[in-house]
Design a protein around this ligand. Sequence first.
Ligand code: SAH
Ligand code: SF4
Length: 424
Amino acid sequence: MRLHVVTFGCQMSVADGEELASPLKGRGFTAVAEPDAADAIVLNTCTVRQHAEDKALSLIGRLRAWKEERPERVLIVAGCAAERLGPWIQERFPYVDLVVGAKSIEDYPKVVEQALGARFDALAETAAAFPAAAAPDKPTGWQSPHSAFVTIMRGCNYSCSYCIVPAVRGRELYRPYETVMAEARAKVAMGAKEITLLGQTVNSWAADGLKFPDLLRRAGAIEGLERLRFESPHPHFVTDEMIAAMAQTPAVCEQLHLPAQSGSDRLLKLMRRNYDSASFLAKAQRLRAAIPRVEVTTDIIVGFPSETDDDFERTLDLVRALRPSWSYTFKYSPREGTESAGMPDDVPSAVKEERLARLNEVCDALTEEALAKRVTTTVEVLDETGGFGRTRDGFKVSWGGATAGKIVPVRIASTSKRILRGDS
Ligand code: SAH
Ligand code: SF4
């Protein structure tokens, strides 16, 4: 039997995709890249912005034909939008076999078995009559075995006023130290050179008398692990202790995601981010003092309720001062049930567009500058898929290599589409 996994959203969601696949793999499913070749589809949804949710819903709509073609096929809809809209999805798309929300991921294998176990037995018999058009291809939803994710916490205890994550993922839950280490060691033993520790506020992790900086030091010492990353940290927990652990642990990569959201102190307050622009920038400065080669990336929202031209200028100032090597920029999207959804969404759409374009211009120029600095230098790349990988400081590199799983030096000849292009 063949399984296709589609994932929308953040890296947490991608890691969840692997967990969502696992009980089906245990049932004998193998991965295929094309839905048409699949006997089952797991659709892992995101709801952080309306656009992400709409994309998932429209795909569910399009999968009606896929189901009608062979009604014994299995369609599972999971993740954050499934948490938010579960009963509505079931009613609106009655051909979906199972809707399971992001909060239920710990119980998911049991839920799948109970709801669909008998169906899988029947499907196994008919699937043989529908041989795959093509051999199993590079699967989506599974990661490169050389760069693995390890989820260390779930949920979020913050209440950023714009954000639906705490509502759909629940309160913070930390995985025990030994469980995290055992999973990381197992992935390294299976060939991972790089581990990314994952959580919505990954650096708030604390368990068994240890805090996140301790975990960085200990995971960084795993024999055979070359690179350690983590995603996505909350600025509040970017402490001097954490910075010291990063600087003193050779495996920890010289890259930090520091989501700013805004540069206006008035808006940061309304967003309930628990920092102001000065303390945020001071943290970035301490990080750079401790790790001079570090590259910083960020997230910015434009058009939050009541954002003025002046607030927006403060955001541009912050970005210019932070100098992120990469920025994820978003137009504010009101999410039902969040605090800011109760504020008037009063920045006109055209103004949001215009601010986003201006912000992107500044962010893109900083990215181009960082990329250009690497041209004619030799960078260290973990070859993830044979000629494609990333540097320690987070730049994507493409070259004519065939050294998957190896860390290799690559001389950079040029850049295009925000990717470093190697000589050979
Ligand atoms: N846990 C992560 C981020 C989760 S959401 C963190 O705290 O950094 C990823 C990003 O989506 C956020 O950093 C924010 O920039 C953006 N985002 C979240 N809610 C949004 C909304 N309602 N509208 C627009 N962007 C949003
Ligand atoms: Fe959302 Fe804020 Fe939690 Fe990040 S820290 S997931 S932005 S509520």
